[in-house]
Structures are given as C-alpha cells and as structure tokens.
Write a protein that binds this ligand. Structure first.
Ligand code: SAH
Length: 520
C-alpha cells in the first residue's frame, strides 16, 4: 500500500537504451502461481506489458495502473464481441514500443505458441527486425485436465494426447482437421475453443468410429476459483454443456482416463472450493491468512480494514536503553515485537540484553514471533486471551514488586496491566503502533456483497471490525456473516450487529482457517 514497485535496479529504462525487445511470455491458464519464474521476472523488469483477456491481470505489477510503470496495454479479444484491437494493430503496437527502445512483455494466456497466434506475432517481429524471445507457459490443455483430476495419459488407458482447435468446424468443407483420423487415434483428445462447434465435433468423432460412450468433460475457467467441470459422454456432452450453461473459456477432454477423476479430483474437492471469503487484515499481514484459505480452495478477496502506523518510538528507545532495570517483558502482538526488535537492533543491541528477563506472550503467534528472534517465552497461557495470561501469572509468586515492561498496540485493553498491578507489579506501558482504517478495495467489495457473491468475512482484531464497518458502510456490513479469531473480536462483531458464524478455538491463523471451514 502506498509502496510502489520500482525496477530492481531503480534505473529509468527506455530512454538512452537503443535496442528494445519483445518477450512473448506465456502467462499460464489463470492461477497466478502457474506462470514461469522467467515470465514473472520479465514482467517485473518490463517497460511495457501488452496483455490479453485470458492472462490473469493479477500478474501485472502492483501499482502499475497508478504509476504508469510499466505501461499497460490491454488488447483482449473476446469471441462474440466485436474485436476492439485487430491482430495487425497488436503487431504494430509491439513493433512501435520495441522501436522506442522498450523491453516489452507480450503476456498471453497459457502458452504463446499453442493456439494463441504467438507465432504470428513472432513472425511480425522478425519481419520488422525487432529482437524477440519466447517464454513458454503452461497451456490450458494441460492445466485444465490436471486441475479437474484428469490425467491426459495413463498407463493402460491412454498413450497419446492430441491438442486440437474446435474453431475448425467439422461441418464446414474447409476444415483442416482430419476428425476421422483423430477418432481412430486411441488417445486423449483435448479440444480448445469449441463451445459452439461441440456438437459437430462430437458427431464427426462418432462418425469416424469413436465410441459414443467414451467419457467427455468440459472444464470452464480452469485453475480459477470459479472452475466448473461437467462430465458426460462424447455423445451426451454437447447437450449437457448447453443445459448447464457452459460458456467460454472451456477446455473439452475426451478419453477413457476421465474415469480417474473420481479418485484424482483434488482441486474441486477442497473444503472451501467455490466459496468467496474476505480477509480484512492489514495489507502487510494479509498474505499468510489468504494463502491458507486459498489452499483450502477459497476465492479470497483482500480488503485491508486496518493498516499499521508506528507511533513515536522515543519512549520505547528510552526503555530499551535501561532494560536491565526490568524483571519482566510482556508482548501482546507480533507487530509490537517487530517494532521492538527493529529498535533494539537500531540501538546496536541484540537478544543478549534480554538475558536476565522473564518474557511472556499472550498467544502462540506472539510466542512464535519471539522464537524467531531466538527467545523462548517463560510463560505462555493455555487460553489465548489476556485473561489466560493473567491466570498463569497469578499462579506465580515473583510478581510482587517486579518491574514489568508491557509493549503493546495503542488502544489495547487495559486488563493485563491492571491485573499485573493488582499482583503488586510496577508496570510501564509502551505503545508501539496503532491500527488505522484502510478502505482500499472497499468499493469492489461492496459491489461483490451487493451481488450476493461473498460467503464470509474474516476478522483478526476488533479494530479491523470497526475499520471494515467504516469502509463498507453499516448496512452492507450486516449482510455477510463473519468468522473471528477470538472472543474480543467476536464481541466487537456482535456489537456491530454482524453474525458470528465461527470463532477460532485458539487465536492462531490455522485455527481461524478451521473455524471458517467449520462455519461453511
Ligand atoms: N494460448 C492459450 C490458448 C489460447 S486459445 C493456451 O495455451 O492455453 C483460447 C482457448 O484456450 C479458450 O477458448 C479455451 O478453450 C482455452 N482456455 C484458456 N484458458 C482457459 C481456462 N482457464 N479454462 C478453460 N479453457 C481455457
């Protein structure tokens, strides 16, 4: 947020460089994890990216839209719609950008040389003497069956696979595809593009001698969270696809190995598959939870409801300088720990200054963050809320007269320092940061909620609940149930009138993810 990405060398490219170049990069089938490392690096270093409808726009560098670096050119063509940009115009654009000395990434869905007219673009570069490279990608014909649990070859079931375009309508005399020969190949057939011609293709294959009862599957939006698979037979798939409103983009697979889908359908079988879940954590911290939910199959929308802002850290530095006066050091959040460590190191110190101190944490995530810095906590509560830590501390007899440094977020509840004082401790409270409302993405989320497309919103703090309600508006906020990380967050939700459908048993992200699965 607010942090734009620069080219890794920070240099202005373009001006001064005489020779531009065009990289024809395969973006993969949609799942942003399925682009090659080389492709991703090239995007990060590009001066311009020219991309298609089927190249996932998540792959574009964050911030490019606002900073104009790299320049973005959308040249998507969709079948049915009138082409807005012709192939000649795309070729000319690529040549023009390269001649301006730019490194141009031509980002194409799947693999650039599989039914993507990448070869024509490469020819145009060659004709114009523009240097180019080809970066292969995972083609939809490989990815879609894999994500539908269909091996394209399998010992004993299929020893070959053919990629074929369904644009070649078998009913037309001009077809270049020998459908009758394909019917006899005995291998798996993977059909691109042919939603409208499917019934003619099916008829031509059956006419060529392929059994009508061979399994056939149509996979729509493969590798995307909205992937959908319709399984039938070669004979019945055309009608079933129409009946179930299957529309482009679709890959159709025909072959016996489809029978293995019952065993191998890993993607659509994940517990949160097809669910849309919102993560409201601060942008810097969202990734971990989002990744967990995505792995469980969810379509995750990130809407950071809070952002971390550092407070004046002079008081913290003062206490770090006299840490030896303390007996206890208590942390209530991972953010407080990172800020504490950064200040500690900044002062030329390290973990050794904590040698004589007892260290405590409110929960396992906080304790884990300490362990990353080489500190094993002395007290960790069994119930992961402030009250749990208090119970543990009450069983000890070394708090009377002890000096405690309590490092926390602004606005954190006062129960813990109060309880420590009740036990006779001398508590110094230092606040390191505050959570501020960050409504980025709120508009998009409001539209998704209003369209009924959101199943659940997750919260990891009471301040995120307040931030979320502020960002989307109260009436919209009330429409979607929530899952929370613990009792305080749940209280904040109930106070806001939001239904709490799940609550983590422990205040950990894993436990929150389980609560989400349980709630849905
Ligand atoms: N170069 C691309 C194919 C471009 S042709 C590749 O290698 O994948 C466009 C066709 O690809 C679509 O009509 C559809 O048949 C297929 N396709 C691309 N992405 C797809 C996806 N995510 N799910 C299903 N089919 C897809």
């Amino acid at each position: 947020m607010g942090q734009e990405r620069r080219a890794p060398d920070g240099k202005e490219r373009g001006a001064g460089v005489t020779e531009g170049k065009v990289f024809l990069v395969g973006a993969g089938p949609g799942d942003p994890g399925l682009i090659t490392v080389r492709g991703k690096q090239l995007i990060e270093m590009a001066d311009a990216v020219v991309y298609d409808a089927l190249a996932n726009s998540i792959l574009l560098p964050p911030g490019a839209r606002t900073t104009g670096r790299p320049e973005l050119y959308y040249v998507g063509k969709r079948s049915g719609a009138k082409d807005t940009v012709t192939q000649d115009e795309i070729n000319s654009l690529l040549v023009k950008l390269a001649r301006e000395g730019k490194r141009v990434v031509r980002l194409k869905g799947g693999d650039p040389f599989v039914f993507g007219r990448g070869s024509e673009e490469a020819q145009a570069m060659n004709d114009a003497s523009v240097p180019f490279e080809i970066v292969p990608g995972i083609t939809a014909g490989i990815a879609a069956p894999a994500y539908a649990g269909i091996p394209v070859t399998h010992r004993g079931l299929s020893t070959s696979v053919t990629f074929v375009t369904g644009h070649e309508d078998p009913a037309k005399p001009t077809t270049q595809t020998n459908w009758a020969a394909l019917a006899k190949s005995g291998g798996t057939i993977v059909l691109y593009m042919g939603v409208k011609t499917l019934s003619n293709v099916s008829a031509a294959l059956i006419g060529g001698g392929m059994p009508g009862d061979i399994p056939a599957a149509a996979i729509q939006w493969a590798t995307h969270p909205k992937q959908r698979t319709v399984v039938a037979t070669l004979e019945t798939l055309p009608a079933k696809a129409v009946e179930q409103n299957v529309s482009a983009p679709v890959i159709t697979v025909i072959g016996w190995s489809i029978v293995l889908r019952d065993e191998l359908n890993w993607f659509e079988r994940r517990p949160l598959f097809g669910r849309r879940i919102v993560v409201t954590r601060a942008a810097q911290q969202a990734a971990e939870l989002s990744e967990r939910l995505r792995e469980l199959g969810a379509d995750v929308i990130e809407m950071p409801a809070t952002q971390i802002a550092r407070l004046d850290l002079a008081p913290l530095r003062t206490e770090i300088d006299r840490l030896s006066l303390y007996n206890w050091l208590i942390f209530t959040s991972k953010n407080a720990i990172s800020i504490f460590w950064e200040q500690l190191l900044g002062a030329g110190k390290d973990a050794r200054v904590l040698a004589g101190l007892n260290v405590a944490a409110v929960g396992p995530a906080t304790a884990g963050a300490l362990l990353e810095h080489g500190i094993a906590v002395d007290v960790i509560p069994t119930r992961f809320v402030a009250e749990g830590l208090i119970e543990m501390l009450q069983t000890r007899d070394d708090l009377g007269g002890a000096k405690v440094l309590y490092v926390t977020a602004e606005g954190a509840r006062d129960v813990l320092p109060q309880a420590l004082k009740d036990l006779g401790a001398d508590v110094t409270r230092i606040e390191t940061h505050r959570s501020i409302v960050d409504g980025e993405g709120a508009e998009k989320l409001v539209r998704a909620i209003e369209a009924g497309n959101v199943d659940l919103v997750t919260f990891t703090s009471a301040s995120a609940v307040r931030g979320y309600v502020d960002a989307v508006g109260e009436d919209v906020a009330l429409r979607v149930p929530a899952a929370s990380i613990g009792p305080q967050t749940s209280d904040a939700l109930r106070e806001a009138g939001i239904e709490v459908k799940g609550q983590a048993e422990e205040s950990t992200l894993d436990s929150l993810a389980s609560a989400v699965v349980g709630a849905l």
